[in-house]
Design a binder for this molecule. Structure first.
Ligand code: ZN
Length: 132
């Protein structure tokens, strides 16, 4: 079952610079900055009601976030939907013919299970499925 829009991922050049807006001007609380080595990013999560904003800064010029910024500039990089059971959701999507980037979940920030669905299937949006 799909639960909610868990977070919106925003690719930025520099998290500390981006926080001058999101934290200092907009007034959001930052949970902490964490490095996710596997995805070559540093991330900062900020809660807004039931949902969150995730800032992503690349730690490697060859990483996916660096490549995203190179081709499209800073901005919304993915939308994440939380689900009750990520394995079931991935099996369902695969059975229905969706193009998955991850057929099995990997571990994202804060140890959460995540998987990505290809923008070719979603009409242009990188979609993250996550289970907390
Ligand atoms: Zn995310």
């Amino acid at each position: 079952m799909l639960e909610k829009i868990d977070h919106i991922g925003i690719a930025v050049n520099d998290i500390d610079e981006a926080l001058e807006f999101y934290r200092d001007q907009l007034g959001l609380d930052v949970g902490g900055i964490e490095e996710v080595k596997e995805q070559k990013v540093k991330v900062a999560f900020m809660q807004i009601g039931e949902s969150r904003v995730e800032l992503l800064q690349s730690t490697d010029p060859a990483g996916p976030v660096a490549k995203f910024i190179e081709s499209r500039g800073q901005g919304i990089q993915h939308i994440a939907i939380s689900v009750e059971n990520i394995e079931d959701t991935l099996l369902m999507l695969k059975a229905k013919g969706a193009r998955l980037i991850d057929e099995t979940p990997r571990i994202g920030a804060a140890g959460v299970k995540i998987a990505f669905v290809h923008p070719k299937s979603t009409h242009g949006v990188l979609l993250e499925i996550c289970q907390r």
